[in-house]
Ligand binder design. Structure first.
Ligand code: FES
Length: 638
């Protein structure tokens, strides 16, 4: 069948596809990243495009607003092509418009900060310079035995392994270097693995990567393994997003082999793009990167390794593997030295993955006497509670609301996202602050929490989250989908549309916050502890950096504990991976942590459901759990 062409503007990228192909698929083939939160089901309404020239067949299914239709937009996933067409991509529909925010810190400080956690600097991989004795007729052991003996003299190691590929180059390397050789050695579990040989004594150090694979974003750090310094950090969207926003949609896509391969390649490409940028910025060659440590949730780890996540989704939710063996970079297609090892953090269960093990490692909570609660909120809320004697973990499906999913103007924490809201209690006039101080484009998780707290504070919503339609302001109005409140008028927004919060948005937020709080309560119940017995709460994740704790307590997302007990720790997943890269002991401990954590399945029994239903109010049906909120209301005379 003759192919048709689909030209995408303003990028000027073209795809040649079979007639009947969807515009979403054509965009992927052309290299245009469209938002497609539902993975092409037609339910999220995010993949809007405009047909500039030619005709497309639009299915009558699909969730598209009247306003979008009138503006001449169609859903790319619900539109197929039969002839050549020219398509315009609006700014709002692009996935790659925004930058992932990384913590800005004095990166030179970081090695000491990590190692202050009590680990010696002993990187997983390093270069050793050796001078071997020259062989003779009387001293005639093989080249390999000669190398192994010299290495044993230099470093503590048990067995010494060498791959066939590296071994093939040994004889010439030794003689070219006049019996001086630089050996790159990886020590993952006691034994030494020779992964690279260079003739003579090399000047350049060995480099390593710490990688966090999130469902939404991927972050890579490049480290100099001789000094332990972080040379650079980069983050971007996980290109898997084109196959769906959440892990469940991606697992469904991965159910067949080609889907699994799509998702595997998408994440490897995302990482390779970041590696390229980091290496060229730091003037490091990919051949000098000899190890990578990867932390990701269980599904992300499976997809990265090309393992089927099929049974993670189906009851009784069994992963293919919790502990995976280190593999060579060339097997995965990572653009570093092909012989480099890539080691993934172990998972605890299907929904408590290596990212949480990594986070737990960096918090040091497994060595603490005090009781620590670790919370990582993304699409799932994952929590670990415990101390040096015990650790319990849970995962609750918070839904994507805190990452902007399912919220009319929801977006991730990036430039243009509303992060703080102030509302006048008399006039209901609103002031907002956005990330990057630019024009508002939407509202991110921290902004939504702030918004909900302020709405409640000034009486825009009641305790059940219902909009109070009788308040006197033009901002309260009836829209296409029922009542809504205008946060920012369209004349000052980036998208030119009014940024609104609908009653449905509020319901989704209540469900998300209810799930997290119910998860915490269920975990406390299981170990028979009260909230006040928690000594410290550590909040991880990019989203966590911007939350106002007072607001989070006001809406009943977090327990009503003194704000000083809360500590933000940023992206703990990548930090744990970096720590493991710099310390063999930390790497070993991460393997142990995976086994030590008890996983509590919340879908067994009724406790979680009961807690969830009680938590669907602001802050909760049981106000005695939120004494500071009650005291605040009393002060205001409510
Ligand atoms: Fe098209 Fe969701 S509506 S990807």
């Amino acid at each position: 069948m003759e192919k048709v062409s689909v030209l995408f503007f303003p990028d000027n990228l073209i795809a040649h596809v079979e007639p009947g192909t969807s515009l979403l698929r054509a965009a992927t083939l052309a290299g245009v990243e469209l938002k497609s939160n539902c993975g092409g089901d037609g339910t999220c309404g995010r993949c809007l495009v405009k047909v500039k020239d030619g005709r497309v067949n639009v299915k009558s299914t699909g969730s598209i607003s009247q306003r979008a239709k009138q503006a001449g937009l169609v859903l790319a996933c619900q539109s197929t092509v039969n002839d050549n067409v020219v398509i315009d991509i609006p700014k709002d529909s692009r996935l790659d418009e925004h930058q992932v925010l990384l913590e800005e810190k004095d990166i030179l400080m970081e090695r000491d900060e990590d190692l202050a956690a009590g680990y010696d600097f002993k990187p997983l991989c390093r270069k050793v310079k050796l001078t071997l004795s020259e062989p003779s007729l009387t001293e005639n052991v093989s080249d390999l035995n000669r190398l192994q003996a010299a290495l044993r003299n230099e470093m503590e190691c048990g067995d010494i392994h060498i791959g066939l590929h590296t071994l093939r180059g040994l004889a010439d390397t030794l003689r070219t270097g006049d019996w001086r050789v630089t050996v790159t050695v990886t020590q993952l579990n006691g034994c030494a693995d020779i992964v690279h040989l260079e003739p003579g004594h090399a000047e350049k150090p060995s480099y390593g990567l710490a990688i966090d694979i999130g469902t939404t974003t991927v972050v890579v750090y490049l480290l100099d393994l001789e000094s332990g310094m972080t040379l650079g950090k980069k983050g971007t969207y996980n290109k898997q997003a084109r196959y769906g926003d959440d892990v469940i949609t991606r697992m469904i896509h991965a159910s067949d082999d080609s889907g699994l391969n799509d998702l595997h390649l998408a994440v490897v490409n995302t990482i390779n793009q970041l590696i390229d940028e980091l290496l060229s910025q730091s003037h490091v060659s990919e051949d000098d990167v000899h190890i990578a440590v990867v932390a990701g949730n269980t599904t992300m780890t499976h997809l990265f390794l090309g393992l089927t996540p099929k049974y993670i989704r189906l009851e009784p939710y069994i992963p293919l593997a919790s502990v995976t063996p280190p593999v060579k970079a060339e097997e995965l297609g990572l653009k570093i030295n092909p012989s480099a090892y890539v080691a993934c953090f172990p998972s605890v269960a299907s929904y408590v993955g290596g990212d949480i093990v990594s986070g737990t490692l960096i918090t040091n909570m497994a060595k603490a006497e005090e009781i620590v609660l670790f919370i990582d909120i993304g699409t799932n809320g994952e929590m670990v509670l415990g101390n040096q004697d015990w650790l319990v973990s849970v995962s609750c499906s918070a839904g994507p609301a805190f990452e902007g999913g399912g919220i009319t103007f929801g977006m991730r924490a990036m430039k243009g996202a509303i992060e703080y809201v102030r509302i006048d209690s008399e006039t209901f006039e609103v002031e907002v602050s956005t990330i990057g101080k630019s024009r508002a484009m939407g509202i991110c998780g921290s902004g939504l929490i702030d918004c909900l707290a302020k709405f409640r504070d000034v009486g825009i919503i009641d305790r059940a989250g219902k909009l109070q339609t009788d308040i006197n302001t033009p901002r309260m109005r009836e829209g296409d989908d029922g009542w809504e409140f205008v946060l920012v008028w369209g004349d000052v927004t980036e998208c030119g549309k009014d940024i609104i919060i609908t009653e449905n948005d509020i319901k989704n937020l209540l469900r998300a916050k209810g799930a997290v709080y119910a998860g915490i309560r269920s975990m406390l119940k299981a170990v028979q502890l009260e909230e006040e017995m928690i000594d410290k709460v550590l909040i991880a994740g990019g989203f966590g950096n911007y939350i106002n704790i007072r607001d989070a307590i006001t809406i009943g997302l977090f327990p009503d504990l003194p704000p000083e007990k809360y500590v933000f720790i940023g992206n703990s997943s990548v930090k744990g991976a970096r720590l493991a890269l710099l310390s063999q002991d930390a790497y070993r401990e991460a393997q142990e942590l995976g086994k030590k954590m008890t996983y509590l399945e919340l879908s067994v029994g009724n406790d979680f459901m009961d807690e969830f239903v009680s938590a669907l109010f602001l802050p909760h049906t049981d106000m005695s759990l939120f004494p500071s909120v009650v005291a605040n209301n009393d002060q205001k005379g409510e």
